[in-house]
Design a protein. Structure first.
Length: 195
């Protein structure tokens, strides 16, 4: 079973996160940030990851610390659940439509962190969620997950649709990348021999 459990407690957040990569998309999400709950629920569903996230954060300040630290925790969980990355396909990509929005997402679980976030979100907020936190989440996730992550917005006008397409596309690309390569289940997919 490829799973991980992360407990992260700081002066700003107290997070419990559990993930099963070979799941069925079941989730239990309570971050204190309603829009992020929605994004992580659909992330779990579209990635077929079983995901539990509970966060008590200083949301009376704003949502920044909670969103950033959940991204950190999710990245750490992915890295831990993959172990030495033996047998995975490593790469995943998709062009995902969400109504008028169209997002390209590509991922490489190659052990090095890099985020390219070429996404223009037209409004500063969706509800009470600061839309700049979408990139903040992806930065933390890619850094702590030790993965290359690329987003490119090909079309979009509605901020909710654009961000939702990003999370769905991330889930679908990761689902491809973590899949076990049945032809090479015992091979680490790198000429270096490690990831």
């Amino acid at each position: 079973m490829r799973n991980a459990e992360i407990k992260r407690k700081t002066e700003e957040t107290d997070i419990y996160l559990k993930i099963e990569l070979d799941g069925s998309g079941i989730s239990e999400i309570n971050t204190g940030v309603g829009f992020l709950d929605h994004m992580l629920t659909l992330f779990a569903k579209h990635g077929c990851f079983d995901l539990t996230v509970k966060c008590k954060g200083d949301t009376y300040v704003d949502f920044h610390h909670s969103v950033e630290d959940i991204g950190i925790s999710l990245g750490e969980a992915f890295s831990e659940a993959l172990g030495d990355h033996r047998g995975i396909k490593r790469y995943g990509n998709i062009i995902l439509p969400m109504d008028e929005a169209l997002i390209l997402c590509a991922v490489d679980l190659g052990g090095r962190s890099c985020l390219n976030f070429d996404v223009q979100i037209p409004t500063e907020k969706v509800g009470d969620f600061d839309t700049e936190l979408c990139e903040e989440f992806m930065t933390s996730f890619s850094r702590c997950g030790k993965l290359n992550l690329h987003f490119k917005e090909l079309a979009g006008r509605n901020s909710h649709h654009i961000i939702e397409a990003c999370f769905k596309a991330l889930a679908r690309a990761l689902r491809q990348a973590v899949e076990v390569d049945e032809d090479h289940p015992d091979v680490i997919p790198s000429t270096k021999g490690i990831l």
